[in-house]
Design a protein around this ligand. Structure first.
Ligand code: AVI
Length: 333
C-alpha cells in the first residue's frame, strides 16, 4: 500500500502540474512579453514565476527534499515543534486564510495545531490545484470546512462571507516572500493587512541570513537539481516561444549578494552565440548572464521592520536552533 508520504508527494506533484496547466494558458501572452522584454534589456532578466511549468514544478519538489536545501524541512520542523505555541499565541477559533495553496503538508501541520478551525480559505489563482488541495486536506482533516478562493492573492480584496466578522489567521509559508523585491513584499504585506483586517494575525515563513557556505550549496546542489530547475526555463522558452536555446551552452550559477541580502540565480552563456526567440535574434557573449531569480534572506529584525512598513505589528518569531529559518507571527494593529 502506498504510504501517506508518497501519496502526499504524488498529490503535490499533481497539484503543481495542474496549477501549471492553468498558468500556461493564462500566462501565454505574459510569458512571451516578459521573455522578449527581459532578453532585450541589459542586464538580462526573466521573472522567476516562469520556472514553474510541469517539469519545473517537479524539479522544485525535488529541490525541497535535497540535503542542501534546508528551508522546507526546517520550516516543517518549526511547525511540528512550535505548532501548539503558535496556535496559543494566534488565538482559538480563527479562520485560516492561506496565501497560495502549494504547501499542504505544512498547512496540515498548522491545522492540526490549531484544532477547531471554523473554516480554511486557501487563495490561489489556479482552480484545479485549489480543488485538489482541498480534496487532500479534507481527507486529512475530517469535517473541516474548506472554502477555496480563486484569486491572485497579491491583489485580492475580498474573502468568502464566512470570514466576515470572524477573527482571521493568514499563512504564507516557504519564504516565498523572499522571491519578491522589498517593495513588492511591503505591498504584498499591506494588501494582506487590508484583506485580513483589524484584529487578524499572520504567520509568515521567512528564510534567515546565514553564511554563504550554507546558502550557496542550497542553491547550487551537488546533484545539479537546482541547475536543472534553472535551465528548464530555457527548455520552456524553446517549447513555448519557438526558441533555439542550446542548453549545453548555458550554465547555472548562484551567488550570494551580501549587499542586497539575497541569493541570485543566473543562466550564464558558455559561448559566443545567437539565439532566436519568436523570430527575434539575441546575441550572447561568453560569460553573459540572464538573471532568473532573487531569494531574499532577512534577519529577524529586518523582517520585523518590513512587516511594520506593511502595516503589521510583529508579535513573536520562532527560529530553529541552527538559525536557518524563521516563523513570524504578526498582528493587526
Ligand atoms: C519558492 N522559493 C521560495 C524558492 C527559494 O528558495 O527562493 C525557489 C528556489 N529557487 C531555487 N531553489 C529554490
Amino acid at each position: 500500500m502506498e504510504s501517506d508520504i508518497s501519496l502526499h508527494r504524488r498529490f503535490e506533484a499533481a497539484q503543481r502540474s495542474a496549477r501549471l496547466r492553468e498558468d500556461d494558458a493564462r500566462d501565454a501572452g505574459d510569458f512571451a512579453e516578459a521573455v522578449l522584454a527581459g532578453l532585450t534589456r541589459q542586464p538580462r532578466r526573466i521573472p522567476c514565476r516562469f520556472f514553474y511549468d510541469a517539469r519545473g514544478s517537479e524539479l522544485f519538489e525535488e529541490i525541497t527534499k535535497l540535503d542542501e536545501y534546508y528551508p522546507t524541512r526546517t520550516e516543517t520542523a518549526l511547525l511540528e515543534t512550535y505548532g501548539s505555541e503558535i496556535a496559543e499565541r494566534a488565538g482559538q477559533g480563527r479562520v485560516l486564510v492561506e496565501f497560495g495553496s502549494g504547501s499542504s503538508r505544512k498547512t496540515s501541520l498548522l491545522l492540526s495545531a490549531l484544532g477547531e478551525v471554523p473554516a480554511y480559505v486557501p487563495i490561489d489563482i489556479a482552480a484545479e490545484s485549489l480543488s485538489e488541495a482541498a480534496e487532500w486536506l479534507s481527507g486529512q482533516h475530517r469535517g473541516l470546512t474548506i472554502l477555496p478562493l480563486i484569486a491572485d492573492f497579491t491583489t485580492t480584496r475580498t474573502l468568502p462571507a464566512v470570514a466576515e466578522g470572524r477573527p482571521l489567521l493568514g499563512f504564507f509559508s516557504g519564504s516565498t516572500i523572499g522571491n519578491l523585491s522589498h517593495d513588492e513584499a511591503r505591498a504584498f504585506l499591506a494588501n494582506a493587512a487590508d484583506l485580513l483586517g483589524e484584529g487578524s494575525a499572520f504567520l509568515v515563513g521567512v528564510d534567515l541570513k546565514k553564511p554563504a557556505s550554507i546558502l550557496i550549496p542550497a542553491y547550487n546542489d551537488a546533484r545539479g537539481v537546482t541547475a536543472a530547475f534553472n535551465l528548464n526555463l530555457l527548455r520552456r522558452i524553446n517549447r513555448e516561444l519557438q526558441a533555439t536555446f542550446d542548453l549545453a551552452r548555458f550554465a547555472h550559477d548562484a551567488v550570494w549578494n551580501a549587499q542586497a541580502g539575497r541569493v541570485e540565480m543566473y543562466l550564464v552563456s558558455l559561448a559566443r552565440q545567437t539565439v532566436r526567440v519568436l523570430g527575434r535574434e539575441f546575441f550572447f557573449a561568453p560569460g553573459e548572464r540572464i538573471h532568473t531569480e532573487n531569494s531574499h534572506k532577512y534577519t529577524v529584525a529586518e523582517f520585523q521592520a518590513l512587516a511594520r512598513a506593511g502595516g503589521w505589528r510583529p508579535a513573536e518569531a520562532w527560529t530553529d536552533p541552527d538559525n536557518l529559518f524563521s516563523l513570524h507571527l504578526l498582528r493587526l494593529p
